[in-house]
Design a protein around this ligand. Sequence first.
Ligand code: APR
Length: 269
Amino acid sequence: MEQVIAKVAGQLVKSRHAIALTGAGLSTESGIPDFRGPNGIWTKNPEAERQAYESYYKFQRDPRQYWVESLTGASWLTALFKARPNAGHDALAQLESLSILKCVVTQNIDNLHQKAGSKKVLDYHGNISLLRCFECNARFDPEEYDLERLLAQNRLPPLCRRCNGVLKSDVVHFNEAIPPDVARESLEEVERCDLMLICGTSATVYPFAMLPRTAKQNNYRQKTVIIEINADPTPLTREGISDDLLQGKTGEILPRILEEVQKLKAAGR
Ligand code: APR
């Protein structure tokens, strides 16, 4: 493992445009369960996953009721607001401040990359700290809307200040399209990258899981080094999409990679 960590650090320092793709495994060390790991939310409660598939249809059928349930029902999302970044998030933010990591494309909605100080973050599945207009895709800080007052006055759903469209959470529900701006920019980053760290994702949910495969397919014109950091092997490992799997906790491995990168930078490499 130590040899591979040293090799990856060298590849990162030499890279021209390194990016990180992240999933729920990165946030488990912040106390947020993942979905499909041994203690995953869907693993332990398949009914919760089935209901999650309903959310988008509920919104389309009756946005007012969607909002009433969002504001009055208990939700596992509440815990996300209190969570703090862990050493894995911090290491990625520091690799960005060293101008080595250019972008994070995350499936996580918990805003922990931003809390850790990462500047260029593409929230592929949205972000719990934002509202998004279903019509024009404009995003708003919930603080701009007194949602509790709208609930009390029976004036839900909140409406877009730009086009008067209906607002929903920025979180992308199952069967909902990835916001077009994020989808486009993520693909641009994947097309451009020559090194991709894939941290804490089972790589089973599309279209996100297509991104590493797209990078691999582009190898004919530009070799992209693909490194997985994950507790378990994934389909990317088994299909030979990733060049290396650093098997273990992202909160331990990413800081070790950062340490080796800092040593190389200090030695003027
Ligand atoms: N360090 C490294 N890997 C970890 C850690 C950790 N501390 N904890 C868990 N893992 C691994 C798990 O073994 C698993 O392979 O991270 C992966 C998490 O996979 P999932 O739970 O499937 O999460 P993710 O890939 O992000 O899910 C994708 O599915 O339900 C949707 O929208 C949701 O964005 C989510 C998407």
